[in-house]
Design a protein around this ligand. Structure first.
Ligand code: SF4
Length: 291
């Protein structure tokens, strides 16, 4: 929903048409909070989503984060929306701990795509951040027969390229950049008798969120992108918006600086897929007070 707010004589604030929790985050939080209520508290394995304000709110509801498998204290643990490797899930279960898996269905689609490619004899290249939990999980589903990178030179530097190569993406990447990565790598992976498969695993929520944010960015003076510092999709939104408007990425209202908006009339607001409505509204409220 888009709406305009006129808070002062000059400044207009407009929210992106696609904002608020995505389907996968909403689903994971619903499952987690329901279980926590039923059991009077529960643990998650790692952060269920990458947003500090959401995590603080969950902690108040008796939800504890276990950072490693030995750190799990109870008999039930919830796995987050980003997913894990099959090995991690097995290791947890081997300790007699029950697992509630909230992996987003769109992440699971990427995991399945990676597994199918490997089972068909393909080497998997994941376009994404190798240190991100989701990407580590996808590579685990690829039985570690693959690599993750955003740098096309990494693929070219591989000692021996397999004849069969499958390329897919972390779910939150920018589609045009994924396409660029694929094109840049075609010369490298196209060798004699090669077979190349490209699987579009970018989530449709992210596509819509990015498209709406970019459309808004083209019509404002300043864009604010709200989300967690660790949130990959928030960072990608900021990169995209910066191509069309002066863009600031923030996590909380405390980071707002009045000087950013001096002489600016139109301010656009977008937010990452795990940013709570309360955080967005708090920032809009503070921004509205700037004259
Ligand atoms: S951004 Fe997409 S893939 Fe990630 S949790 Fe949300 S719906 Fe799922």
């Amino acid at each position: 929903m888009v709406f305009m707010r006129k808070r002062s004589l000059k400044m207009k604030i407009e929210k992106s048409a696609k904002i608020g929790f995505c389907f996968g985050v909403r689903r994971a939080l619903d499952i987690l909070q329901k279980e926590a209520r039923k059991r009077g508290g529960i643990e998650t394995f790692g952060d269920i989503v990458h947003n500090e304000q959401v995590l603080q709110n969950l902690a108040k509801q008796g939800i504890r984060v276990a950072h490693t498998i030995p750190d799990i204290r109870g008999k039930v643990v919830v796995l987050g929306a980003h997913g894990v490797t099959p090995e991690v899930e097995e290791q947890i279960k081997a300790r007699g701990i029950a697992v509630i898996n909230t992996t987003c269905p769109f992440v699971h689609r990427a995991q399945i795509a990676a597994r199918r490619l490997v089972e068909a004899g393909f080497f998997v290249i994941v376009y994404g951040d190798a240190d991100h939990a989701e990407v580590k999980g996808i590579l685990g589903w690829a039985k570690d027969k693959g690599i993750a990178t955003t740098d096309e030179k990494v693929v070219a530097s591989l000692k021996k390229l397999p004849r069969r190569v499958g390329i897919l993406s972390q779910t939150t990447m920018i589609p045009s950049k994924f396409l660029r990565f694929v094109k840049d790598n075609l010369d490298t992976v196209y060798i004699k008798d090669s077979e190349i498969r490209i699987v579009d695993t970018i989530c449709h929520d992210i596509r819509e969120r990015q498209a709406a944010a970019l459309k808004l960015a083209k019509n404002v003076d300043v864009m604010l992108v709200i989300g967690g510092r660790e949130s990959a999709n928030t960072s990608h939104l900021a990169v995209l918006c910066a191509t069309a408007a002066k863009t600031y990425k923030i996590e909380t209202a405390d980071e707002l600086k009045k000087s950013w908006f001096k002489g600016k009339n139109k301010i656009g607001i977008t937010a990452g897929a795990s940013t709570a409505d309360e955080t967005i509204e708090e920032i809009i409220k503070k921004l509205s007070g700037f004259k």
